[in-house]
Design a protein around this ligand. Structure first.
Ligand code: SF4
Length: 349
């Protein structure tokens, strides 16, 4: 009996940005062959009660024919309908005047836009010149069409003063008042993000908790819950449980443009690969999904958190982690990278 529902997000078109915090990890843009969408759904559909198909895992609506694309995502999904989220392509918003109308037509009322400070810092962290100006332009386009922008800001040790400037600028633009005028809220929030994917490379720049300026604390998500690495090392030093990811009855998979299949637990790196749609038998691959049978998860199930802390934690570090699971995931990925590299070098972990 089919008991699980599946959601697949396929990287059919890629992404115009190369954000330094991208938790998925950077991958080349390569348009997947025509009919890949159908091929992916056909591969999985006999094993699941429903299959919800999304043609993007990175940038939504990045293809030229995004209206037909959205219809097709709906049409090829099985016993399910894809949803719109508070996500959109700011790249497309500033290049295609019809796009914002499309967003309205599918009931998008808020769109999240990501900053890293003001112009220089945001362009650098988004990975292309002009990104900051596009984000400002996108903000204006959204407000003009009564869609509220939500500014998400990633903070680290090098962009803090810049974020203060950005906050001041958002006030100068009167974004809150302008959104209120059409009955929506503008929000500005700050956080450090998880520590996987590209953001893992920014570990050395992760900000110390005590260095978050008091003026930004009201905007920092759950600041009172955030911990320093030292606090976490102390709290987890004797934790004998294992930190692992579980599939419940709702399973979500990310499909790379090479047809490699990943869970959406953490970054799309080789150690987390489940298999490949072109090369692997569907029954065997689905069995690995249901049984969480991949090397990274085996390591996770067999390594107590206390051992992760002992091997990879830094009890002297004041770097901030927004939640305990982000820190456990960071330690686990350190362990997995280490174990699998030992396995490749010596033949055993
Ligand atoms: S964070 Fe989003 S927009 Fe940035 S590179 Fe990753 S997928 Fe693209």
């Amino acid at each position: 009996m089919k008991t699980n529902n599946l959601t697949v997000l396929a990287d059919l078109y890629g992404c115009p940005n190369r954000c330094k915090h991208c938790w998925l990890g950077h991958m080349p843009n390569r348009e997947m062959p025509n009919n890949s969408d159908k091929q992916i759904v056909e591969y999985f559909k006999s094993y699941f009660r429903s299959v919800t198909f999304y043609s993007w895992v990175r940038e939504p609506d990045y293809c030229e024919n995004y209206v037909e694309r959205w219809q097709r995502d709906i049409q090829i999904s099985v016993n399910a309908k894809p949803q719109r989220f508070e996500l959109a392509s700011f790249w497309r918003l500033v290049r295609d005047k019809n796009y914002v109308r499309f967003l309205k037509s599918v009931d998008v009322n808020t769109v999240q836009l990501t900053f890293f400070g003001t112009e220089k810092m945001t362009d650098c962290y988004v990975g292309r010149k002009g990104a900051y100006q596009e984000l400002l332009q996108a903000t204006e386009i959204l407000i003009e069409h009564q869609i509220a922008p939500r500014w998400q800001v990633f903070i680290n040790a090098e962009n803090t003063p810049n974020i203060m400037d950005l906050l001041a600028y958002s006030k100068e633009l009167k974004l809150s008042e302008r959104c209120k005028a059409f009955g929506r809220d503008f929000s500005f929030f700050v956080h450090s993000g998880s520590c996987d994917g590209e953001n893992r490379k920014l570990y050395p720049l992760r900000i110390n908790k005590e260095d978050i300026p008091v003026e930004l604390i009201p905007y920092y998500i759950n600041f009172s819950e955030a911990k320093t690495e030292a606090d976490l090392c102390r709290a987890l030093a004797n934790d004998g449980s294992c930190f692992t990811y579980h599939n419940e009855s709702e399973i979500t998979l990310n499909i790379a443009n090479s047809f490699d299949v990943y869970f959406n637990f953490t970054h799309m790196r080789p150690e987390w690969k489940i298999g490949n749609i072109l090369n692997d038998d569907s029954g065997e691959l689905v069995s690995k999904i249901i049984n969480a049978d991949i090397p990274a998860l085996k390591i996770a199930r067999n390594t107590p958190v206390s051992a992760l802390v002992k091997r990879f934690g830094n009890p002297l570090s004041h770097k901030i982690f927004d939640c305990v699971d982000d820190y456990k995931a960071y330690l686990l990925n350190e362990m997995i990278t280490y174990s699998l590299s030992c396995h490749r070098t010596h033949g055993k972990p």
